[in-house]
Design a protein around this ligand. Structure first.
Ligand code: HEC
Ligand code: HEC
Length: 289
């Protein structure tokens, strides 16, 4: 039919029809708009260029690679290198600055806290706990109660670097004698001394037998009022904070056997800048001076 149909003109619009007709409705023969056609051709061209330049078609054993050699892995590697470059700038600054100056620069400080927190998660949580609040015989690092030093950045840095009771020559060291095991005190004396230690926070009777034992055996390290000495990691016995438990049984055990726990020296495992960041992080937890 299409061959022998002559030009038919639609009466209303004056446009040529295609000759197709459904129930009296005729199809007008309007050409595609130019802009539409051109957009269509450009899309095809772009698609072909894309196939040539980028990975596109699945083929046996993988896909077409594209001439640019672009992959998501390359892109990721670039981004990682970029991030590393930025980190290096910060770490260089951490290396050069004295630790006390770091909190003065908000950007560097934020970076050091974040880097320290990351290192804390991978190295310290098994002993000090996820939130650094300590557990069992491992001290809480959030509070203002320090065993060693005054909680300054330098104190914390020193503790982390050289450890406590390690074989590092600069380690923090002190040793409570095992009064029971070494036979210095008898079990009844230890029991009374433990009661006396518990009474330190209230009203200790210094003239009792245990009071005298404490004066003879303990004040040399724990001080005249049992308040300890942070220079040598001797804990305060007159406060409510206990590392090994404040109940009588725990205190008897401590006096009998001593504890003398070890905190590893991290200079053996971590670089000095990571340790500096760790000190800044621990200091930021709220207990630092
Ligand atoms: C193997 C367990 C262990 C690990 C791991 C560990 N610590 Fe410790 N840490 C200890 C012990 C035990 C003490 C308390 C030592 C004492 O009795 O004086 C301590 C004490 C400390 C102190 C001193 C607290 C005070 O009151 O003076 C700081 C600071 C500290 N640790 C930071 C860290 C950081 C940072 C890490 C990770 C790089 C870490 N620790 C990993 C066991 C550990
Ligand atoms: C040579 C120093 C020294 C002497 C003497 C000494 N202590 Fe200690 N004491 C320490 C040190 C150091 C620690 C912390 C040990 C640790 O962290 O593992 C400690 C810890 C303790 C603790 C545990 C505190 C806690 O927070 O859990 C108790 C209790 C204690 N001493 C009681 C005594 C009593 C009682 C005497 C005397 C009979 C005594 N000490 C004598 C150095 C000493």
């Amino acid at each position: 039919m299409a061959d022998d149909h002559k030009k038919e003109i639609d009466q209303l619009s004056g446009t040529e029809t295609t000759g197709h007709e459904w129930d009296g409705i005729q199809e007008l023969n309007n050409p595609m708009p130019r802009w539409w056609l051109w957009t269509f051709f450009v899309c095809i061209l772009v698609a072909i260029c894309y196939w040539i330049l980028f990975p596109a078609w699945p083929i046996p054993g993988g896909n077409t690679k594209g001439m640019l050699g672009w992959t998501k892995y390359n892109r990721l590697a670039e981004q990682l290198a970029d991030a590393q470059g930025k980190q290096e700038v910060f770490f260089k600054q951490i290396a050069e600055w004295p630790i006390e100056k770091i909190p003065g620069d908000p950007k560097l400080y934020a970076f050091a806290v974040a880097a320290g927190q990351a290192a804390f998660k991978s190295n310290c949580v098994m002993c000090h706990g996820l939130d650094a609040s300590g557990q069992g015989r491992y001290p809480n690092l959030n509070d203002d109660d320090w065993l060693w030093g005054e909680g300054t950045l330098a104190d914390i840095q020193q503790t982390i670097t050289h450890g406590i009771r390690t074989d590092d020559p600069k380690t923090r060291f002190s040793e409570m004698p095992a009064f029971g095991k070494q036979g210095v005190l008898k079990p009844e004396q230890i029991s009374k001394t433990a009661d006396f230690v518990i009474s330190l926070a209230k009203k200790p009777d210094w003239n009792s037998e245990a009071g005298k034992i404490f004066k003879d055996q303990c004040v040399s390290c724990h001080g005249m009022e049992g308040k300890g000495d942070r220079k040598v990691g001797v804990p305060n016995l007159a406060d409510a904070i206990w590392l090994y438990g404040g109940d009588k049984e725990s205190i008897v055990y401590t006096i009998t056997n001593a504890r003398n726990n070890v905190m590893p020296n991290w200079n053996a495992r971590l670089d000095p800048n990571t340790i500096k960041a760790l000190a800044v992080y621990v200091h930021s937890l709220g207990g630092g001076k």
